[in-house]
Ligand binder design. Sequence first.
Ligand code: SF4
Length: 223
Amino acid sequence: MARSYVAEARKRVGPKRARIRPIIERLAAEYPDAGIALRFASPLELLVSVMLSAQTTDVNVNRVTEALFRKYRRPEDYLAVQPEELERDIHATGFYRQKAKALRGTMRILIEDYGGEVPTDFAALLRLPGVARKTANVVAAERGHPEGIVVDTHVRRLSQRLGLTREEDPVKIERDLMKLVPHKDWGRFPQLLIWHGRRVCDARWPRCEACVISDLCPSSRLP
Ligand code: SF4
């Protein structure tokens, strides 16, 4: 019964290949300012902000980095202080010991291998300590060279509800989305889903009646 209901809903909205464009277009019209909320003024600040944003909110990171970026301007600055001082300075972002260790390890590599610059190459970003695929994806996308699609909790939930993937694992979800979403939209697509997820398609209480893509969504609660 449930199975046939799902199949029915999928039939109603049509194949995902035909829906992806209008989904992107409508969300882009709805959220013209969609983007990451992190504040940064350089590739180094972007990298540090994204590394600090693990397990906390962008707002919290911005609060910490406002003072942090005044004090730490170059990779060398992160190594010039005692580890405990850096830990104190990023304490409010949580997991401060691991984050401080990752930051110091990353800064060392930036200095030794990249002349103090943040590499644009995706594989090089992935080799930095504490930089997982999601972090590298955000950094690469913000610098205009998306190599993949960021999959966080909102992207995962909305992709599943919209019938764009049947996978649970973020890496497999990303693979499905990369086949479906045009390359030029790899950067903004996850931001659009994150904004929609925060404002309308809530994890527990999706507001389908206020959703601009409800007719394209097999999970819509509307009749
Ligand atoms: S119709 Fe409902 S479930 Fe589908 S994307 Fe919109 S809010 Fe989410």
